[in-house]
Design a protein around this ligand. Structure first.
Ligand SMILES: O=C(O)CCC(=O)C(=O)O
Ligand SMILES: [Fe+2]
Length: 263
């Protein structure tokens, strides 16, 4: 139900943002992992040499704030995040029902009215040697769902049964995956996939990867519905904000907050 033009306008705005001069983008340079708007290079500090990604991160929910430049960009993003969230909330209802609960189950468990979303807009330059260069090292994402759009198909890989599988999706589609905190809540019934980005395009790839999270104060633990004699709790509970902090706000290469949560 999201019009193609909403996605196109957001992707075009992102492309224009990355085309600003280094000087203009420096206004948004990352100083802190909790800055509301942060621009940077590489995955974690100091990786720019090996990792060619450039990113702009914003917090779309509970309160969106976007960059003032270039003209119209903030509005295009706000529109995109609003429609994106509608899809996510509807999906949370559908998944709740699929699990056999009432439709507000996940919204209540994760206190989604004040759910903390973090979005990374990424740009990857064309790869030099096809299929060999890493654009973003293997990692897991926090939150309950992750959503993604991209301007060209190819690049994202998911790990399944120790093999890397290429994501192949039509344009104007959303890719949705399970996040670490849905794995914790369902006591491992749903798994958060490890993923990475390979530079395998002739053209510059732009993606918008949004981590949809519980409210920062939510204590996330395996729900009693998923725990039983044959299913002892496999994860410890933690306040969402603390699990983000424990993992350096999702910016540590290859790590996941699961290392601290797994029992
Ligand atoms: O660019 C992509 O396809 C994925 C980005 C990603 O995984 C992230 O930002 O966490
Ligand atoms: Fe990710």
């Amino acid at each position: 139900g999201v019009p193609d033009c909403v996605i196109e306008r957001a992707l075009n705005g992102i492309s224009d943002f990355f085309d600003l001069t280094e000087e203009e983008k420096k206004d948004y340079e990352k100083k802190n992992s909790t800055d509301r708007i942060r621009w940077g290079l590489g995955f974690s500090p100091g990786d720019h040499e090996a990792v060619k990604r450039e990113y702009l991160k914003v917090l779309p929910h509970p309160k969106f704030e976007g960059p003032a430049k270039p003209a119209g960009f903030r509005e295009a993003l706000e529109d995109y995040y609003q429609r994106n969230r509608e899809v996510i909330i509807n999906l949370a209802k559908a998944v709740s029902k699929t699990l056999g609960f009432e439709e507000n189950y996940l919204e209540k468990k994760f206190e989604l009215e004040t759910g903390a979303d973090v979005s990374a807009m990424n740009v990857y330059p064309p790869g030099c040697k096809p299929n060999t260069q890493i654009g973003l090292p293997a990692h897991y994402d926090p939150g309950y769902f992750g959503s993604l759009i991209q301007n060209v198909n190819g690049g994202l890989q998911l790990n399944y049964k120790q093999k890397w599988i290429n994501l192949d999706m039509p344009s104007s589609a959303f890719f949705i995956k399970i996040g670490d905190h849905a794995e914790v809540l369902t006591n491992g019934k749903y798994k958060s996939p490890m993923h990475r980005v390979i530079l395998n395009n002739e053209v510059r790839r732009i993606s918008v990867a949004t981590v949809h999270g519980p409210s920062l104060d939510t204590f996330v633990k395996p729900a009693p519905e998923f725990v039983g004699e044959s299913h002892p709790p496999a994860y410890r509970g933690m306040i969402y904000k603390d699990s983000l902090e424990a993992n350096g706000y999702h910016e540590i290469d290859g790590k996941s907050c699961m290392a601290q949560l797994r029992l």
